[in-house]
Every structure is written in structure tokens, then in C-alpha cells.
Design a protein around this ligand. Structure first.
Ligand code: 13P
Length: 244
């Protein structure tokens, strides 16, 4: 269960959130919990999550280890800050910041090389869905982000299916639509990396996940977890989702 905070919260708000959230998930041993705050708040989040099962992740990274890349942050830096995960290729980055399959692939490999678990996002837009291209887009994103990985790298990678039309709109994909997309992604994994890799692959659903729809989404055997945006900003809501 992962929370993507996007561009919300200061460092002080991050600490306050974790102080409130920690006791609410103290006994939650059934899943991994990852929170992804903005870069400047990673140290505050790591400090506040110390000694708990809550892992901290970044929302993006650059593929070079270091260099003259003004404004960028590398995987080793994120790792050194105490993070264990990073989101890669979120649809907002594809939409607003020119992220492509090629950059997603480079960032995924950089994250793995630094010992971070990448959460690689794939998903169609409304336009893609309405023109019947959902499967082609999903396969294209999977191909771009995960086909070049070795079996070992793939086994350390989490995929997240996020249909862009469901993000921040309150319009979650129906659990059945989400499960169909997850099946397409798992079939891809089976073809490229074999049945065991497909079986072990964790695929998260993201897009308007809320306390009141988590149960029906997670009732789909194909859905292994959630990547939660808006509802992850409130400690009680995220704890409810974790403990559904
Ligand atoms: P919302 O949960 O706000 O729709 O955002 C989903 C998302 O983009 C998570 O990465």
C-alpha cells in the first residue's frame, strides 16, 4: 500500500502526519507500507518512520549517478537519504514533464542499481480508452519500462496501473476494469519473464482509491495493492486503506 503525496506537505507537516499515522498501522503486518513525499521532506519522513514498518520512497529520480544536471536528484542520493522505494514514470510526469518509455526505462534501471525498489507506473488516458487503445498503450508502457530488465531486476520491480482518467477525479476504474488491465500486465510479465515472475509480480492499482472503495478493489485477486494519491494525505484515511 503506497501513498503518493505529489506536491503536498512541508517537512513539519510530514512529521506531524507520521506521528499520527504510526500508531494507526502499528499492528498492520499484512502488507508493506510506503509513503512517497516530495524530495525536501524525505529526511523528515525517514526520521519519523524510523523503527516502524513504514518505508519511505521518492516520487521521481534522474538516471545519472551525479553530474551537471541542475535540479535533478539521483538514485544513490535518494538511497542515502534512507529511502527504499521510488515511483517512476507517473502519468503526471509523462503528461507534464516529457517522461517517455525511454526515460522511464533508464530511471528504473538506475533505481534498481542503487538498491531502490521502483514502482513503475503504466496506464492509459481517457482518449486511449475511448479509441480502443488501452491494451496497446499498456503493453507499450510495460515494454518500455520493464521489458529490458533482467529476471532479477524484474523480480525487484513493482508495477502500478493508473488509468489517467481516474487520477484525482473521484472516478475510480471499476474493480473489474482495473482487474482486466492488471491481467494484461501480468500476461505481459508471463510472456517476457516467465510464469513464476508473473505470479510473484506485485501490481498496484492507482486512481481515486479511497477508504470506501478499497475493499471492492482489493477483492479482485489480480489487484495486489494500491497507489493512493489524495487519500494518502490524511493519516486516518490512509490507515483505513492500509487496514481495510
Ligand atoms: P488520486 O488517488 O488522487 O486519484 O491519485 C492517484 C495517483 O496518481 C497516485 O499515484
Amino acid at each position: 500500500m503506497a501513498g503518493n503525496w505529489k506536491m503536498y506537505k512541508t517537512a513539519a507537516e510530514t512529521t506531524r502526519f507520521l506521528e499520527q499515522f504510526r500508531p494507526l498501522v502499528e499492528n498492520s503486518r499484512h502488507c508493506e507500507i510506503v509513503i512517497c513525499p516530495p524530495f525536501p521532506n524525505l529526511p523528515a519522513a525517514v526520521a519519523a518512520a524510523q523503527g516502524t514498518r513504514i518505508a519511505i520512497g521518492a516520487q521521481n529520480l534522474f538516471w545519472a549517478k551525479e553530474g551537471a544536471f541542475t535540479g535533478e536528484v539521483s538514485a544513490p542520493m535518494i538511497r542515502a537519504a534512507g529511502c527504499s522505494h521510488t515511483i517512476v514514470g507517473h502519468s503526471e510526469r509523462r503528461q507534464y514533464f516529457g517522461e517517455t518509455n525511454e526515460t522511464v526505462s533508464k530511471k528504473t534501471i538506475a533505481a534498481l542499481d542503487a538498491g531502490l525498489t521502483p514502482i513503475v507506473c503504466v496506464g492509459e488516458t481517457l482518449e486511449h480508452r475511448e479509441s480502443g487503445r488501452t491494451e496497446a498503450v499498456l503493453l507499450d508502457h510495460c515494454q518500455g519500462g520493464a521489458a529490458s530488465l533482467t529476471a532479477h531486476q524484474f523480480s525487484s520491480t513493482i508495477l502500478a496501473y493508473e488509468p489517467a482518467r481516474a487520477i484525482g477525479t473521484g472516478k475510480t476504474a471499476t474493480p473489474e476494469i482495473a482487474a482486466d488491465a492488471h491481467r494484461i500486465i501480468r500476461d505481459f510479465a508471463r510472456r517476457v519473464h516467465g510464469p513464476q515472475a508473473a505470479e510473484n509480480l506485485r501490481i498496484l492499482y492507482g486512481g481515486s482509491v479511497k477508504p470506501d472503495n478499497i475493499k471492492s478493489l482489493m477483492a479482485q485477486p489480480e489487484i495486489d495493492g494500491a497507489l493512493v494519491g489524495g487519500s494518502s494525505l490524511d493519516a486516518t484515511s490512509l490507515a483505513w486503506i492500509v487496514n481495510f
